[in-house]
Design a protein around this ligand. Structure first.
Ligand code: KIV
Ligand code: ZN
Length: 517
């Protein structure tokens, strides 16, 4: 029996999220995120836009092969070429969905598409009918929906459903709407479109005015039963509705919003961290649900209340979103078996024996240096190990001269294709000296767009986790590295980015279309 208050969560981190400048991911990273989304309980994973690039086509194909419990969706414009590309990328999917869209606002039809409303109307029918002949699960979106003439929207929605669409998505493409208006649009569709009961209505809200989550919830209250969203609200410009926020809002205020989702909320924090690490996009400290301070209580009066009864200042428990007190884990005497058990507990049950062995050795080395080891340390060690598996370039040695006297210098030895290469460089500070040495050893035109350091745990002996974003000829990569020595972590992160850049150079792919959000 279907539950009329069940809300489908459609995650578009890998498609709309990835379109945000600087957030591009490689195939391994996409697979990692898709696996995490499936574990999280996401109903539909939009894995990419297959006609946009070879990389997207490959990503949707590979995600389709491994995901079994979520629907895998590929985006396409209203053309046979795009729909065929999506269909072919989805051929291995256990549950495929083709999502096709076209703009319906006067502004977009005139200036972007250069088509009349009647031409767009015909394209809706042609594209949806064509897609429906290939796949049973078809979603149709009216791009720039919230700035579309209401009568025209109703006509196109009716035609899309008649042509075989089973989900109708209403995008607030430019994040222009506000909750009252968005609710009216959905209500108007329910009151006007004769065959509306044959499809699920979906929201897709961008956050330009900071109300994407509020708009999505208003849409649900008006009858929508699917929310399109991204982890951490990732997405072009100000991003999309944040998955963790819409889900926790409905769960926490179930008295006002009596809706349910399939999301395992205890995995929200972990998934948020994964997306942040892969993209190099930090989560702001005071971000709702998954920010570092979301459950922190500093003010004395709050702390006092919390000690008496946590409900005084907490509307949901940290555990409900997977935030727990940092766990002190094993020390240097812990053995392989305990380490493996810990990895399973942290969700690393499939990294392979070699990665486990390497990570264990690194764990032992860290335990010699650092007094207290926490879960976060183990996560950093394993992630550091896993991201380096296919690297052509690796760091052998690094010595740095830093301090007030200057000049700051770095001596770097790299292994490149199994051969040692050494150089010494100076720079404006030790990090600059290291990066100059790396540029000398691996000449490239990549521009450094981001250099970010954060401490994995508390304390001055904490591991540093460094992210480096490089951009070369329109291709962006994010590298990561962690170590108790911030400078070593910086070198590792830069080298990781270089390795990814080399892989990207090898895959020549047409530029992504920039006008789809
Ligand atoms: O924002 C938007 O309009 C989109 C569509 C492609 C659904 O992302
Ligand atoms: Zn969008």
């Amino acid at each position: 029996m279907t539950n009329k208050n069940q809300i489908k969560i459609f995650d578009t981190t890998l498609r709309d999220g990835e379109q945000s400048p600087g957030a591009s991911m490689n195939i391994e990273e996409k697979l990692k995120i898709a696996t995490a989304l499936e574990a999280l309980g996401v109903d539909i994973i939009e894995a990419g836009f297959p006609a946009a690039s070879k990389g997207d086509l490959e990503a949707v194909t590979e995600v389709s092969k491994i995901i079994k419990n979520s629907i895998v969706c590929g985006l396409s414009r209203a053309s046979k070429f795009d729909i065929d590309a999506a269909n072919s990328a989805l051929k291995h999917a256990a549950q495929p969905r083709i999502h096709t869209f076209i703009s319906t606002s006067e502004l977009h039809m005139t200036h972007k598409l250069e088509l009349s409303a009647e031409q767009v109307y015909e394209k809706v029918i042609d594209s949806v009918s064509y897609a429906r002949n290939l796949c049973d699960d078809i979603e149709w979106s009216c791009e720039d929906g919230t700035r579309t003439d209401r009568d025209f929207m109703c006509r196109t929605v009716e035609a899309a459903i008649k042509s075989g669409a089973t989900t109708i998505n209403i995008p607030d493409t430019v994040g222009y709407s506000v909750p009252e208006e968005f609710s009216e649009i959905i209500t108007h569709l329910f009151n006007t479109v004769p065959n509306i009961d044959k499809a699920i209505i979906s929201t897709h809200c961008h956050n330009d005015l900071g109300v994407a989550v509020a708009n999505s919830l208003a849409g649900v209250a008006a009858g929508a039963r699917q929310i399109e969203c991204t982890i951490n609200g990732l997405g072009e410009r100000a991003g999309n509705a944040a998955l963790e926020e819409v889900v926790m809002a409905m769960r926490t205020r179930n008295d006002l919003m009596p809706y349910t989702t399939n999301i395992k909320t205890e995995l929200l924090n972990k998934t948020s961290k994964l997306v942040s690490a892969v993209t190099g996009f930090p989560v702001q400290y005071n971000k709702a649900i998954v920010g570092k301070n979301a459950f922190a209580h500093e003010a004395g009066i709050h702390q006092d209340g919390m000690l008496k009864n946590s409900k005084t200042y907490e509307i949901m428990t940290p555990e409900s979103v997977g935030v727990s007190e940092s766990n002190l884990v094993m020390g240097k005497h812990s053995g392989r078996h305990a380490f493996k058990e810990k990895l399973i507990e942290l969700g690393y049950d499939d990294i392979g024996d070699n990665a486990i062995e390497e990570s264990f050795n690194n764990f032992k080395a860290l335990a010699d240096k650092k007094k207290n080891l926490y879960d976060e340390d183990i996560v950093a060690i394993v992630d550091d190990q896993v991201i380096r598996v296919n690297d052509i370039i690796s760091l052998k040695d690094l010595s740095v001269v830093a301090g007030t006297k200057g000049p700051q210098t770095a001596e770097v030895t790299l292994i490149i294709d199994e051969n040692e290469h050494f150089t010494k460089s100076s720079g404006d500070g030790p990090v600059d000296a290291i990066f100059n040495a790396l540029i000398h050893l691996v000449p490239h035109k990549g521009k450094l767009q981001l250099y970010q350091v954060h401490a994995v745990t508390e304390g001055t002996d904490a591991q540093a986790e460094v992210s480096v974003r490089l951009s070369e000829n329109g291709k962006t990569v994010v590298g990561q590295g962690s170590d108790t020595d911030t400078l070593v972590a910086s070198a590792k992160a830069y080298i990781n980015a270089l390795n990814k850049l080399i892989v990207k150079r090898e895959k020549t792919s047409p530029a992504k279309m920039s006008n789809i959000s």
